[in-house]
Ligand binder design. Sequence first.
Ligand code: SF4
Ligand SMILES: [Zn+2]
Length: 368
Amino acid sequence: MTVSEAMEAIPLSRTVLKSIRSAASHERQRAMRDLDPYDYVACWTEAESIDGRDCDALVFILATKGCSWALRSGCSMCGYTNDSSSRATDESIWSQYQKATKNLKDQRVVKIYTSGSFLDTFEISHQLRTKILSDLYPRVDEVVVETRHEYITEKNLADVLQFRQKLMLAVGLESSNDKILNYSVNKPSNYAHYLRATRTAAEMGFRVKSYLMLKPPFVSELDSIEDAVKTTEEITSYTDTVSINPTNIQKDTIVELMWRKGNYRPPWLWSVVEVLRRTHHLDRRVLSKPTGAGTIRGAHNCGKCDDRVMEAIADYSVHRDISSLEKVQCECKSVWKSELAISELSQPSYPADYRMKIAKWSGSIAGI
Ligand code: SF4
Ligand SMILES: [Zn+2]
């Protein structure tokens, strides 16, 4: 039985959800690093492609007041509250933006990340987002903004409609399985919400990039591969690009807590390769840019092959040449295969076990 089949069999439990939400909030409150509202968090240039052609992308993270959901509870893997500033204003965020775009030279793509959602007016007002997009629009070919899909509504997007030809909306779906979304990721939304939002985006002429989480907590490595492949297959009609995001250990999160207690290992890079390989036939760009890969907090292999496998994943993500993935080899691949088999035996994702694990974990958090 796959994780999806197994989880279909259990109803969502309000009690379990409540435990997860309060546990997430508990971890989150330990964080709350308050950044300088006039300084952007990070800025770098990375390889990209547009219409199959190589180019560079300028990426920057702006410190906003933070994700509304993270301030109430937050997703199990997300440490973005560490990158926010409670004193951020339109004026200070504009100043961050101006500093970051001093690095805009001949990059054709700009990716604007915030510590939450670009389209949430709690973080970035209507006036500020149109000011930013008006400034960027004539200067680049594509602007990618991240947002929770709850903010993709006709009303909320009315003022950015004029930018739709170059605007890509990047949304964190994580999984098409509502049980995983609720119990593992602690998302406040479900798959139906995502479908509704992406239909709205498509009807309005926006392109969509969807993030999927590889190896959420309580899901075995093998099941997480199956879930990522299944979700990718299911959403090809609703998204232009799929990004496979292997979980990394971010500070002050539920995932970090589990990792510290020895209950969680980030996914193997081989698992990323496997998902990309199995979704290669699909008529959509499926890529992966793992954060923190090759470190103990990120997706990693044996240490000897990590750089080579990361290069293969990066190369495939830009060029979609399957041979980059097929030619990379290491003896640790057999260890990964054995661990997949063992993880399936020791971490069966059948309903009772899933619920028991959450109950145990919620109890251990309450006892901190
Ligand atoms: S992953 Fe996105 S929605 Fe979830 S807490 Fe982080 S910023 Fe908010
Ligand atoms: Zn290896």
